[in-house]
Ligand binder design. Structure first.
Ligand code: ATP
Ligand code: MG
Length: 144
C-alpha cells in the first residue's frame, strides 16, 4: 500500500529533507492490481524525490470517483519541473532530461516508460502538468 511504499522511500525522502503530504478521499475498499499500482506509484514517487529540491514537498492525492468507478491518483512535487518540449519525450525509453544527468541520482530513463506501459495494460491513462523550475504533477486514472 501507499504507506509501505512511503516507508521504503523514507531514506531518500529524509536525505532530501522532503515533506510528504497524503490525502485520501473516500474510504471504500476497492479492488486493484496491487503490484501494478505499486510499480506505478513507486516510479512516480521516486521521480518526485529524485528531481526535487532541498526542503521540497511531495503531495500524494488518492481519489475514488464513485460515479465513474475510477481510481485517480496524483503525485505532485515542487522540484525542478519539465519543459513543454521534454514533457512530450519523458515517456520514451531511455530518455532523460539533460539537466538531470548532473544530479547525483543516476537513473536509466526507463521509469516513466514502464509506468506508461503498466497503465496501458490496466486501461488507464497518465497526465502530466509541469512548469520548469516550479514543479510537476503526474495524475493517473484506472478503471476499477
Ligand atoms: P529510472 O526511473 O529508470 O531510474 P529516470 O528517472 O531518469 O530513470 P524516468 O523515470 O523515465 O527515468 O524519467 C525520465 C526523465 O524525466 C528523468 O530523467 C527526468 O529528467 C525527467 N523527470 C521525471 N520525473 C520528473 C519530475 N517529477 N520532475 C522533473 N523531472 C522529471
Ligand atoms: Mg525515474
Amino acid at each position: 500500500d501507499l504507506n509501505g511504499i512511503l516507508q521504503s522511500m523514507a531514506v531518500a525522502i529524509d536525505k532530501h529533507h522532503l515533506k510528504v503530504e497524503k490525502s485520501f478521499f473516500g474510504n471504500k475498499e476497492v479492488t486493484i492490481n496491487k503490484s501494478k499500482v505499486d510499480l506505478i506509484l513507486n516510479n512516480l514517487i521516486k521521480n518526485a524525490v529524485s528531481y526535487n529540491k532541498e526542503n521540497g514537498q511531495i503531495t500524494i492525492e488518492v481519489h475514488h470517483d464513485e460515479v465513474e468507478n475510477r481510481l485517480r491518483v496524483s503525485v505532485t512535487d515542487n522540484g525542478i519541473g519539465i519543459s513543454q518540449a521534454d514533457q512530450e519525450r519523458v515517456f520514451e525509453r531511455f530518455y532523460r532530461v539533460d539537466r538531470s544527468r548532473s544530479l547525483e541520482t543516476g537513473g536509466t530513463g526507463l521509469g516513466l516508460a514502464i509506468v506508461k506501459e503498466t497503465l496501458d495494460s490496466l486501461d488507464g491513462n497518465l497526465q502530466i502538468e509541469s512548469n520548469l523550475g516550479l514543479g510537476t504533477k503526474f495524475t493517473f486514472e484506472i478503471p476499477l
